[in-house]
Design a protein around this ligand. Structure first.
Ligand code: GLY
Length: 386
């Protein structure tokens, strides 16, 4: 039988890996079980850290969490870089939201007013101010807004650095899928059972398997919070070799459709993302690729000249109120961290801190404490368009 650890984490996406790394850093022994660590939704993501542009109507409670989460990023990225020597691509780049037609402009203005009422940092831009910030923008762009507090990380570099950081901190990585939680005779979590039939015993079980979390069995009904897959396609293109194509993330509204372009320092650009309710389906579909490219080239005509490197699709763990579930559950020694939906990267450091604090006898940080894993949420979903 495999050795027991203090903690076993089911799921090696950005949340599971960050939580494992923080927890191991506090002296606990940790195992992460995932069939392909870092290669689920975390690999598909664009790595936007966008507390302002992701703050929208009806989600006022999340805005404070997003800002507190963003504040953790510089320290988290530099600690990880110090521990591993790997550059995570964390950059303070800001977002420019741009509108393609008059009704897109009105929608951006309305959202800007809402974001300003929440105390977020943002300012209105004329069309020429948008083009001064991103010269490659189409002359058709009607204006927009600047959100200087939105940043980015290279999602793939980050998860690879976390895997390296975990290995350096003594975390055991097991390539397998958790199929159930094993309970002791008092009904407390005592370990996990994997697809290949192994039992990994642990003092505490952390379920951080994103959209796979509800598929983990062995638990009483209602313990695992309700998360659902929300499919997103992203595209990767090479604009310029070795030179960033434009300095800010572009968040476009294109005849009512959302589209973003995230420019990396190495000259690649990530275009995203669709938002589709199709269950557990990660096929890349021609129509989704077509509409993302079409919207992106209306915003930046130069897209036509870029090399298309990759089209990929993944599943965001959506929750009924678009907020995460983090913390202990009604089952003793069972902790959950899932439902991060569109903001897994933004929320990873604060979630990791919360899990590590909880596992070492501390408190979950205040901005996350409202988003308990055992809270009851209404089924009414607030849909996000992209
Ligand atoms: N965070 C952007 C997305 O989920 O598409």
């Amino acid at each position: 039988m495999a050795e027991t650890t203090d903690v076993v984490v089911a799921g090696g996406g950005v949340i599971g890996l960050a939580a494992a790394w923080e927890t191991a850093g506090r002296g606990l022994s940790v195992r992460v079980v995932d069939p392909a660590p870092g290669h689920g939704a975390a690999w598909v993501a664009a790595g936007m850290l966008a507390p302002v542009t992701e703050s929208t109507f009806g989600e006022e409670a999340l805005a404070g969490l997003f800002v507190a989460a963003a504040d953790r990023w510089p320290g988290f990225a530099s600690r990880l870089q110090d521990a591993t020597g790997s550059d995570t691509g964390f950059r303070t780049c800001g977002s420019v939201a741009v509108a393609l037609d008059a009704s897109d402009r009105a929608a951006i203005d309305q959202l800007l007013d809402h974001q300003l009422r929440l105390g977020l940092e943002a300012s209105r831009l004329s069309a020429s101010e948008c083009r001064a910030l991103v010269p490659a923008l189409s002359p058709a762009v009607r204006g927009g807004a600047l959100m200087p507090g939105d940043h980015q990380v290279d999602n793939r570099a980050l998860v690879l650095a976390l895997i390296e950081g975990c290995a350096g901190a003594g975390v055991k990585l097991t390539s397998d899928r958790v199929v159930s939680v094993s309970l002791d005779r008092d009904g407390a979590a005592a370990g996990v059972v994997t697809e290949s039939g192994e039992l990994f015993q642990a003092g505490t079980v952390v379920l951080a398997a994103g959209v796979g979390t509800p598929q983990i069995g062995g638990l009483p009904e209602g313990v695992v919070p309700p998360v659902r897959p929300v499919k997103g396609h992203t595209l990767r293109l090479r604009a310029e070799a070795g030179r960033e194509a434009f300095p800010h993330t572009v968040r476009g509204l294109v005849h009512g459709r959302h589209c973003y372009l995230v420019s990396r320092a190495d000259g690649t650009v990530v275009i995203g993302a669709t938002s589709e309710e199709r269950g557990y389906d990660t096929r890349v579909q021609a129509g989704a690729v077509h509409s993302l490219l079409d919207d992106a080239r209306l915003l930046l005509p130069a897209v036509d000249e870029w090399e298309l490197l990759e089209c990929i699709a993944g599943l965001r763990p959506g929750s009924p109120d678009n907020a995460p579930f983090v913390g202990p559950t009604s089952v003793a020694r069972l902790v959950v961290a899932t439902g991060h939906y569109r903001n897994g990267f933004l929320l990873a450091p604060i979630t990791a801190e919360a899990i590590a604090e909880h596992l070492t006898g501390g408190e979950i940080p205040a901005p996350l404490a409202a988003f308990r894993a055992d809270r009851r949420v209404e089924a009414a979903r607030s849909e996000r368009p992209s």
